[in-house]
Every structure is written in C-alpha cells, then in structure tokens.
Design a protein around this ligand. Structure first.
Ligand SMILES: Cc1cc2nc3c(=O)[nH]c(=O)nc-3n(C[C@H](O)[C@H](O)[C@H](O)COP(=O)(O)O)c2cc1C
Length: 175
C-alpha cells in the first residue's frame, strides 16, 4: 500500500476527527500544518490535506501549498470541512475559491457548529451573521441560513460521520 501523510488544520476538532478516521483506514501518518515543517515529505507517496472552512477559506491551505509545492509531483487530495450542507454547489464554491484551477481530487465534508465552544471573536461573527439572517424574510432563508439561526440561538450541531470519509479512502487507494 502507498505511504500516506494526512496534514490537517482544525480549530474546534471536527477536521481532526475526520483526519483521524482517514488515518485509521489508510494506516497513514498524521500531522498538523504546524508540524509539517519537521516532516520529510519525500518519504510519502501521497498527501491528504484537510482544513476547516472559515469565511469560505480552507484554513492553513495556502501555507501548506507553499511547502508542498517543493514536491510538485506528490499526489495530493484535499478535503474541506464546513458547516454548510453537503451538496455540489457548496463543494464547487469552496473548491474554486481555494484550489483555483489546481486539478486535484477534492472533497467537502460537514463538520460541527457549537456557539458555546467558539472563541469570543468567532462567536461575535456568528451572532452578527445570525442578526443579518433575521432581517431576511423567512421564506427567502436558505437551509444554511436556518442552520446558522439555530446555532446562533445556542443549538449545538455535529454532522461528522465516520462513513463520510469512505469516498476519500477509495480515491486514495486508487492513486
Ligand atoms: C467564524 C466562523 C466562520 C465560519 N465560516 C464558514 C463558512 O464560510 N462556510 C462553512 O461551511 N462553515 C463555516 N463555519 C463553520 C466551520 O467550518 C465548522 O464549524 C467546522 O466544523 C470547523 O472545523 P473544525 O472543528 O475542524 O475547526 C464557520 C464557523 C465560524 C466559527
């Protein structure tokens, strides 16, 4: 089997959970974006990068690319973890905003959202978003709007599921 490295960036733990599930399936090594500078990438056959989505951006991905670009031939799979519902539109939007025209396999997974465990800054941003959604007419609110409203009202949500990593595992094993 190929030797895999999974690099992840997770603020509240859901991306870490997915990275650990993937590591279990692929017998992969795991490291955070910060630990990456101590890792010799050339010992791996492929790298998987996973980052949480904040304001549309895959966290740590820009930094990771600078390091991974020194090994341009290393196969790469990217997964992003956000609270928006999983659908083609979301996946495409996150992909094109972050990967631009980079032609690598990309997966979007759903994480978790819990206002109570969020930091002060993140909490105030979520509250502001909730406020702006409440200004919209209820019939114009999207599914994501409704989710955010519930979460900003204090309802914790956790959509992480171990089986969601199966397509990523299949993709990695087919490299
Ligand atoms: C301030 C803030 C901004 C966020 N922005 C987005 C976003 O643009 N799109 C999205 O899908 N989820 C967004 N989220 C939800 C996070 O991506 C979600 O909580 C994710 O599970 C976090 O991953 P982590 O637990 O690995 O840190 C946001 C959350 C916070 C607190």
């Amino acid at each position: 089997m190929n030797r895999f490295l999974i690099v992840y960036h997770s603020k509240y733990g859901s991306t870490k959970r997915y990275a650990e599930w993937l590591a279990g399936h692929l017998e992969a090594d795991l490291c955070t974006g910060r630990q990456l500078k101590t890792v010799n990438l050339s010992q791996y056959d492929a790298v998987l990068y996973g980052g949480s989505v904040f304001a549309g951006t895959i966290s740590g991905f820009g930094k990771f690319l600078k390091q991974a670009d020194s090994l341009p031939d290393l196969p790469l799979i990217v997964f992003a973890v956000g609270a928006s519902p999983v659908n083609d539109e979301t996946a495409q939007a996150v992909r094109s905003a972050n990967l631009k025209d980079r032609d690598v396999p990309f997966f979007y997974l759903r994480g978790a959202l819990d206002l109570a465990s969020a930091g002060l800054f993140d909490r105030s941003i979520l509250r502001m978003i909730g406020k702006s959604i409440r200004k919209k007419a209820p019939e114009t609110r999207s599914e994501w709007d409704q989710t955010l409203l519930r979460c900003t009202a204090g309802e914790a949500a956790d959509w992480t599921r171990p089986e969601a990593v199966v397509p990523i595992v299949e993709c990695a094993l087919a490299l």
